[in-house]
Write a protein that binds this ligand. Structure first.
Ligand SMILES: Cc1ncc(C[n+]2csc(CCOP(=O)(O)OP(=O)(O)O)c2C)c(N)n1
Ligand code: SF4
Length: 277
């Protein structure tokens, strides 16, 4: 008898292998997410619903996860997920999508979902560019970096995603890279157990559309770069210049009631009031 990889029970074997390029970081994120589920005792995905937008990262869940999923329009997964969670509060609703999808075209949904503290778990795979469409500059692309649309270097500055989402009001916020698999699995396990808005940014490699334009043409080149540039939030406080660093760690861990319990409290009050009248 052959020993199957643990992740296969969560995946649709009939559509494997994935369509991702060799060296892409998306597989590492899928593996970490499924490992976290395995370690928290999940045997299948029946109490989950996954939502993604458009882009390579959005393909992580659909069609590969053996679960219900919505593969939605570009930028709108959080809007779809919010409606789904309101209608089916008993489901664990998880959004896995890219930085262009969640923070570029979908940026407004992201900050308002964090402000509402709505009970969604969002994993943003930040590969620092629009990968699927050929490597254009995006709102997370580093300053000065060469992309297909910034051949002389990016004149803009990137969002600091974790600070943005933390200050908007999310209950749980973390950033890791694809090099930090143990830490990422730990944060995913923590986020899965919490209510409210939970957000994990994973800085991930896109060798095909991004890496080869900055002299890092393989997944390993980019991962070595992430490792070199990463600094833990606790150490970053003692370092003067952190602009070119990837600050990793957990940035918020709060326990404010989530939007679902707040709104259902109001629904109950309205019903009680109606019954009286
Ligand atoms: C409304 C709309 N605008 C633009 C596009 C083209 N488009 C498809 S994927 C994509 C970028 C996705 O980037 P990201 O979310 O970072 O995912 P990645 O492919 O890098 O994983 C864009 C702009 C689209 N599909 N729909
Ligand atoms: S283009 Fe980039 S993000 Fe998309 S599959 Fe290839 S390596 Fe991954």
């Amino acid at each position: 008898m052959t020993n199957k990889h643990f992740a296969l029970k969560f995946l649709r074997e009939e559509v494997l292998p994935t369509a991702f390029c060799p060296g892409c970081g998306n597989g590492i994120v899928i593996n970490c997410f499924l490992k976290a589920l395995e370690e928290t005792g999940s045997r299948d995905l029946s109490n989950f619903a996954f939502v993604s937008g458009i882009g390579c990262a959005a393909w992580c869940v659909s069609p590969y996860f053996r679960s219900d999923s919505l593969h939605t329009t570009h930028g709108r997964p959080i809007a779809f997920a919010s409606g789904l969670k309101l209608a089916r509060p008993e489901l664990n609703v998880v959004v896995i999508s890219g930085d262009g999808d969640l923070v570029g075209i979908g940026g407004n949904h992201l900050i308002h979902a964090a402000r509402r503290n709505i009970d969604l778990f969002v994993i943003c795979i930040n590969n620092l560019n629009y990968g699927m469409t050929g490597g254009q500059v995006g709102p997370t692309t580093l300053h000065g970096v060469t992309t297909t649309t910034t051949p002389y270097g990016n004149p803009e500055y990137p969002f600091d995603l974790v600070r943005l989402v933390e200050s908007a009001g999310a209950n749980f916020v973390a950033r890791w890279t694809t090099v930090h698999v143990r830490q990422l699995i730990r944060s995913i396990k923590k986020a899965l157990k919490k209510e409210g808005f939970r957000f994990i940014e994973v800085v991930s490699q896109c060798p095909t559309a991004f890496g080869r334009r900055i002299g890092k043409p393989t997944g390993i080149d980019l991962m070595k770069w992430f490792q070199k540039q990463s600094i833990h939030i606790n150490q970053a406080q003692n370092v003067k210049e952190t602009e070119d660093k990837i600050i990793v760690g957990e940035f918020a861990d709060r326990d404010r009631p989530g939007f679902i319990s707040n709104i259902y409290k109001i629904i109950r009050l309205v019903r009680e009031n109606n019954d009286k009248n």
